[in-house]
Write a protein that binds this ligand. Structure first.
Ligand SMILES: Nc1ncnc2c1ncn2[C@@H]1O[C@H](COP(=O)(O)OP(=O)(O)OP(=O)(O)O)[C@@H](O)[C@H]1O
Length: 251
């Protein structure tokens, strides 16, 4: 089997914040991560360890760090869905999605995307009228509308009720499995989560992060296809991981 095409190679040797009182806060130390096209990677780590900081560096939103990223994130098309949907309240659902498209594609037909995410009936509604689950679906559809090379999800299922979480997970799985740019250009997914079961359900690889200043404690490749991951399998894997990595009881 040929090696999967690399999408991103990151080596973050250091990231230190300086608080207003001048005190240094070291958030990341020696974290090397690679992501292949078509791969779904979950970052899991304790609260405050540096997950969002790492995502911000990997996506080029934070340039103030030591290390290297290849390629430079500016060369990739990146779609990001934050925990907070960040929709424009004065725009409809459809306008919120359309507005991120490059001018040449702004008139494109979005019906397929809307249908996939169960948004077709909501396209003319405003964000203030949407439940959190629906707003997150809009945010995910908007991130995918740009046909990204890299999809970044920062705790997308937090605070959702069980049914909304199931629906959004289905959307994320569909997105991950959709070959948007043909075999050579498949999207990679990086997702931050506190929920190990969720990660075991969705990811190809888990990246376990140490407490701050964070680095990679362990990488776990999940060989079982997504469709074959039963609740029993997920529970057994979770228990085995928790036994090996006590830090997981803190996430
Ligand atoms: N702009 C900032 N200035 C100073 N310190 C910061 C800044 N942003 C984050 N930090 C600190 O850096 C550390 C890592 O923060 P980060 O948000 O990356 O962690 P996280 O793992 O995403 O947290 P959580 O699990 O709570 O979402 C935390 O201690 C946080 O307080």
């Amino acid at each position: 089997m040929s090696a999967a095409a690399s999408l991103l190679e990151a080596r973050i040797t250091g990231k230190t914040y300086r608080r207003p009182d001048g005190v240094a806060m070291e958030a990341v130390r020696d974290l090397s991560l690679s992501l292949a096209r078509g791969e779904f990677v979950c970052l899991i780590g304790p609260s405050g360890c540096g997950k969002t900081t790492t995502l911000r560096i990997l996506t080029g939103l934070d340039r103030d760090f030591e290390g290297t990223l290849a390629p430079d994130p500016a060369q990739l098309s990146i779609g990001i869905a934050f925990q907070e949907p960040r929709l424009l309240p004065w725009r409809t659902v459809e306008e919120n999605i359309r507005i991120v498209l490059p001018p040449a594609r702004r008139g494109m037909d979005l019906f397929g995307l809307m249908e996939t995410f169960g948004l077709a009936a909501h396209r003319a509604r405003y964000p203030g009228e949407l439940s959190l689950g629906l707003a997150r679906r809009v945010s995910l559809a908007r991130a995918l509308a740009v046909e990204p090379d890299l999809l970044v999800l920062d705790e997308p299922f937090v605070s959702l009720d069980a049914q909304a979480a199931v629906e959004l997970r289905r959307c994320v799985t569909l997105a991950a499995e959709r070959e948007q740019k043909g075999a050579a250009g498949r999207m990679g997914v990086l997702m931050v989560t506190h929920n190990v079961r969720e990660a075991l359900q969705l990811a190809d690889r888990l990246v376990l992060l140490a407490p701050r200043p964070t680095y990679i404690l362990e990488e776990v490749r999940l060989g079982v296809p997504r469709a074959a991951r039963s609740p029993d399998w997920i529970e057994a894997e979770r228990a085995a991981l928790a036994a090996c990595f006590p830090v997981l009881s803190e996430v």
